[in-house]
Design a binder for this molecule. Structure first.
Ligand SMILES: *[C@@H]1O[C@H](CO)[C@@H](O)[C@H](O)[C@H]1NC(C)=O
Ligand SMILES: *[C@@H]1O[C@H](CO)[C@@H](O)[C@H](O)[C@H]1NC(C)=O
Ligand SMILES: *[C@@H]1O[C@H](CO)[C@@H](O)[C@H](O)[C@H]1NC(C)=O
Length: 424
């Protein structure tokens, strides 16, 4: 009896000490920041305090603001929180806030091709989704990878003049485990060694090549990397804090330990820039924190995810029907037939054809992969032929030809599509 009581008392004391101890230790560490300002200490304290400042900058609803969420989550992930755990609810709630931001945007425009989302912004969210151990292929039923690939096509004229955003999209696809087309790898440095946006551009171009690791592009990769190293100023910076952050990220992404020294003064400069007395902007914290922590975008999701809690985040995805008509009155076979195809939210018209092909024996088709997506060559053995100047034209619900191909079209409930065998 006495023994149990004594044991209880010991457990109680241990509990109290367990609660108090981390507080004492924390305070000692913060004090050490000012007491012993060695380079390493300064760097570590800056990460710690920068993370704290970033968390304090959240709004009433625990968000940082529309379209900023992913970059903030990425900064926290790279600087401190390898894994976002349920046990840290005040942090985890901001992951939910990121999801809400993205879901809200998708609910307004399923393809996210607006200027705000279609020019690189979705890439950050795909990386943010990866960083938080969620699946970008099935984000509440939405295939974010299909959408991002689509942006390479529909935003191509913008991306051709902005290789920074272009490379960012490739990095996100690469980190999501997607193969990258060679024409995309050609595009991001048409003239290796020349970068419209200087170090900033060279850094993301380099990280994109380094992530993909295709030996054919080794020269272009090296050109970008050498450009970064040569852009270093005498005072150790690579431009302003934002450019310095990207250059330092690229150097750490290279994994070349001998180059670490090259980043020291740059890191010192960034550490200074986020001192509390400077009241740094959120955007500055987002840029410099990963670099000060000696991480890069390529480190995203490199840590093992704990097994997902089944069924807590992904509700079953609603499905809907679209009508697909195949029409041919230009050959001897007069053909006019309509099917209903099932589609999950976020899937493309091409997916509808695949679903139909897999579930209905009266429908079959063939397609080829072209640079702009899937090209339908044959439906129910009616094969398009260049010699006969025939192709499968796709008409939308309003009867007019679609602007993009089947793999870039995201149908809604009740849409009707006609595949019309046509002579050009
Ligand atoms: C470092 O040097 C560059 C080029 O000389 C200059 O533009 C920049 O302002 C300097 N930065 C700092 C922090 O001294
Ligand atoms: C094929 O059908 C279209 C649309 O119904 C029609 O305009 C066209 O005249 C027809 N062509 C032939 C050769 O019958
Ligand atoms: C259509 O289904 C058949 C099997 O029934 C399969 O062999 C073929 O690859 C499918 N075609 C496409 C384009 O998915």
């Amino acid at each position: 009896m006495l023994v149990t009581k004594l044991l209880g008392l010991i457990i109680l004391i241990a509990d109290v000490l367990g609660d108090v101890h981390p507080v004492i230790r924390d305070r000692r560490q913060v004090d050490a920041c000012s007491e012993r300002p060695t380079y390493g200490e300064r760097r570590r304290c800056a990460v710690k305090d920068g993370v704290k400042q970033l968390l304090q900058k959240r709004n009433e609803d625990w968000s940082w603001g529309e379209r900023v969420e992913a970059e903030a989550i990425i900064a926290l992930h790279l600087a401190k929180y390898k894994v976002f755990k349920k046990t840290k609810a005040s942090l985890y709630i901001s992951v939910k806030q990121m999801n809400i931001d993205l879901l809200s945007a998708v609910s307004k425009d399923n393809s996210l091709t607006s200027k705000e989302w279609g020019r690189g912004k979705l890439a950050y969210y795909v990386l943010g989704v990866k960083a938080t151990c969620q699946d970008p292929r099935d984000f509440y039923g939405h295939d974010l990878i299909d959408k991002l690939k689509n942006h390479l096509i529909v935003s191509s004229s913008y991306l051709d003049s902005n290789k920074f955003d272009y490379s960012l999209i490739l990095i996100a696809l690469c980190k999501a485990g997607e193969p990258i087309d060679t024409h995309n790898l050609n595009d991001i440095s048409t003239t290796p060694g020349y970068y419209t946006f200087g170090v900033d551009e060279a850094s993301v171009v380099y990280m994109a090549y380094h992530c993909v690791g295709n030996p054919t592009y080794k020269k272009a990769e090296d050109a970008a990397f050498n450009f970064i190293l040569q852009a270093k100023n005498e005072n150790g910076t690579f431009g302003n804090e934002y450019s310095t952050a990207l250059a330092v990220q690229a150097i750490f992404a290279s994994g070349k330990r001998t180059l670490r020294r090259q980043t020291r003064t740059g890191i010192d400069y960034m550490v200074d820039s986020i001192g509390r007395n400077k009241d740094p902007f959120t955007s500055l914290l987002l840029s410099v924190l990963p670099a000060i922590a000696r991480k890069s975008l390529l480190d995203i999701g490199s840590w093992q995810c704990t097994t997902p809690e089944q069924g807590t985040t992904t509700p079953s995805t609603p499905t809907f029907l679209v009508e697909i008509t195949v029409f041919n009155n230009i050959t001897a076979i007069d053909y006019d037939r309509t099917w209903s195809a099932t589609l999950r939210q976020g899937q493309t018209l091409y997916d509808a054809l695949v679903n139909l092909n897999n579930t209905d024996s009266t429908f079959s088709f063939k397609s080829e992969t072209a640079t702009w997506g899937q090209y339908i060559t044959s439906i129910n053995d009616m094969t398009a032929s260049t010699d006969d100047r025939q192709y499968w034209q796709i008409l939308g619900t309003d009867g007019s030809p679609l602007q993009y191909g089947a793999s870039q079209t995201f149908p809604s409930q009740g849409d009707k599509y006609t595949f019309k065998f046509t002579i050009w």
